[in-house]
Design a protein around this ligand. Sequence first.
Ligand code: GDP
Ligand code: MN
Length: 376
Amino acid sequence: MDLLEHQARELFADHGIEVPRAEITDSPKEARGIARRLGGRVVVKAQVKTGGRGKAGGVELAADPAAAELTARRILGMDIKGHRVDTVMLAEPVDIESEFYVSYVLDRADGRFLAIASAEGGTEIEEVAAARPEAVARIPVDPAEGVTTVVAARIADAAGLPPQTVDTLVRLWQVLTREDALLVEVNPLVRTRQGRILALDGKVTLDDNARFRQARWGDQEPPRGDPLEAAAAARGLNYVKLDGEVGVIGNGAGLVMSTLDVVAGCGARPANFLDIGGGASAQVMADGLSVVLSDPAVKSVFVNVFGGITACDAVADGIVRALETVHLTKPLVVRLDGNNAVRGRAVLDARAHPLVQQATTMDGAARRAADLAHAG
Ligand code: GDP
Ligand code: MN
């Protein structure tokens, strides 16, 4: 989950990173009062989950409370790269001497984190990185070691940041690890004319897999953007929406992954990933089927089960009972193999649902499901 700037800022402050005083509002009238409290002059900033707000006119200096109200009125409701501005943050203006860029991001390919830093931060960082990559330092961070003072000094040195930023670099790493973030970015991190180091903008992406232990975000927006994924998540299902037309349900992530490959190998495209897990109860099968069938792109469904601790006859019972609650509108191809496969197939044969077919091999079932999808 991506956080808004003011939420990121709150995390920074909690970990001792200095940020300008600021407040948020959705009302221009209130903006005027906030500006008065902050000393009159304020920076009015759109709160949207996208960068480049400055260039889009979503960050503006207001000279006094009346101007703050007008500016807030203009920015609220604005569209920035498809994001509507519902909230603005008003921040005490800062006397900037230099702007730096710093971030930590998970590098999955490398199995480590990457510190990215530059002495040329600010709104032009993308252009700097493209034109002069040497101006942007990229230093791998060993997750077990983390960013100690020594590592932070190395990052600052490589990027040409002043030594005063070392403390912030260490604290920013604490934000990343203690808050379970996959990305923390400060652009700009500034040095003021008085020599203070402040985070003027922040971007934080939290790891959704850690939401259960980060209680403060519990009542935030649903974790997924896609409505089918949201519906699946609400039922506790491990579902990922894809672009194809063959719905896929399997037990075990590895089996489902290879099922996607086999479906693709038959010239069809999987519509989703859905792992109903080892203990596939009738309820889970019913929930899974109803989510997959509610995807209008789905033309056929391939249920691929390898019976293990939960044997095939139990899964077949689950399918039969699921058919009592789910109105099947599209053909279902079931492949049961493994523990009690013969008994499981007999259970489905006995049910004899006109839209349910069985196949004995994974390849055969995938081909059937692909053909049915093309025919439908
Ligand atoms: P972004 O465009 O979405 O990254 O928004 P930022 O919050 O980074 O703001 C863009 C630019 O506005 C920054 O790089 C600064 O140059 C400037 N800016 C933001 N806040 C202040 C402030 O408090 N004082 C001054 N002087 N400039 C600011
Ligand atoms: Mn920024």
